[in-house]
Design a protein around this ligand. Structure first.
Ligand SMILES: [Zn+2]
Length: 329
């Protein structure tokens, strides 16, 4: 009698506002070529669920496998969501989707156990499995984009919280709630209002308005206002521009304040930063690292590792696959 190989592969799907991306990952974390389709949320949630199914099917084909090889599926989506119920609630970048039972619909579409997770948590879980946090006992991840996402992983546990808002580290309070900068969540003083890519460009505009002395940042701004991005600011800082450097130094400082709160809360082995800003590389990491040592709770802040993510935008679907693997046991 032929021995049947048990299904030992997992599909991770990461749904974003613009595109969704899926790939098969095997039990050892080997990633197969991915498939990507446009999300087109404006076509409605039924079309969206069909596109999710198609992206999953294409990823299995891209891996030259069949559905029989797949043990479980993991889906990561942006908030707002109810992780425990498997529901997308009302996420701003997937309008007009509302109360979409993603987990159960995908599970019945494929007849496979299906895990459901927040995209920032999934990215952290992916980095923990095969990226910058691999082998660590515990990790906290900050994802720096137009907002600041977060994820906390303790052992094999993702801190989801009672209301699926666990690990929302962009909303750690680092400044006064009465006078601080206004955050997208409606509160003041959140980390996101200081250290997201959007916040970095806003602070740069303020900095150069009052800057005395030469700065290329101001010249760039005057000539190409619309193109002022965090990348431009980081590039000028790397080139030694004093005003841009001040903006980057402050960014590292604000990020370190957030990290210090996380250190005092969970005492992680490693703190991981991901997102476009980390393309700046080692000199920026070293600035955050130095401020963490300086301002963090002395003992844990001395030994915590501060690192940049390794999986880029693949972290979301790799983490979704890791959730599927965990579900399959
Ligand atoms: Zn906030």
């Amino acid at each position: 009698m032929a021995i049947m190989a048990a299904a030992s592969h997992f599909v991770g799907l990461d749904v974003g506002g613009t595109t969704m991306k899926a790939a098969v990952v095997d039990g050892d974390g080997k990633v197969y070529p991915s498939a990507s389709l446009r999300t087109n949320p404006e076509r409605g949630q039924d079309a969206g669920l069909e596109t999710m199914g198609e992206t999953i099917r294409q990823s299995v084909a891209a891996a030259k496998l069949t559905l029989a090889d797949i043990a479980a599926i993991g889906v990561a989506t942006p908030g707002l969501m109810d992780i425990h119920a498997g529901l997308i609630l009302d996420p701003p970048n997937l309008k007009p989707w509302k109360n979409v039972p993603v987990r159960d619909r995908i599970a019945s579409m494929f007849g496979k156990p299906t895990a459901f997770q927040n995209d920032a948590n999934a990215a952290a879980f992916g980095e923990k499995w095969t990226g910058a946090g691999r082998g660590a006992h515990s990790m906290v991840m900050f994802t720096l984009g137009t907002g600041v996402g977060g994820g906390i992983i303790l052992g094999d546990t993702i801190v989801e919280g009672k209301h699926s808002h666990g690990g929302e580290l962009g909303h750690l309070r680092i400044d006064r709630p009465d006078h601080g900068r206004l955050c997208g969540c409606g509160a003041r003083g959140c980390l996101e209002a200081y250290a997201s890519a959007t916040a970095v460009t806003r602070r740069a505009r303020e900095e150069m308005a009052s800057w005395r002395g030469p700065t290329e940042l101001k010249e760039f701004f005057t000539a190409n206002d619309d193109e002022l991005t965090a990348k431009v600011i980081f590039d000028l800082a790397a080139g030694g521009d004093a005003c841009a450097l001040k903006v980057v130094d402050d960014t590292a400082y604000f990020l370190a304040l957030g990290a210090c709160t996380a250190i005092a809360t969970v005492d992680p082995e490693v703190i991981v930063y991901g997102g476009g800003m980390t393309d700046a590389g080692e000199w920026f990491r070293a600035k955050i690292d130095a401020d963490v040592r300086r301002f963090g709770l002395p003992f844990p802040a001395k030994s915590v590792r501060v690192v940049f993510a390794e999986l880029g935008s693949d972290a979301g679907f790799i983490g979704a696959a890791a959730c599927a693997k965990r579900l399959a046991g």
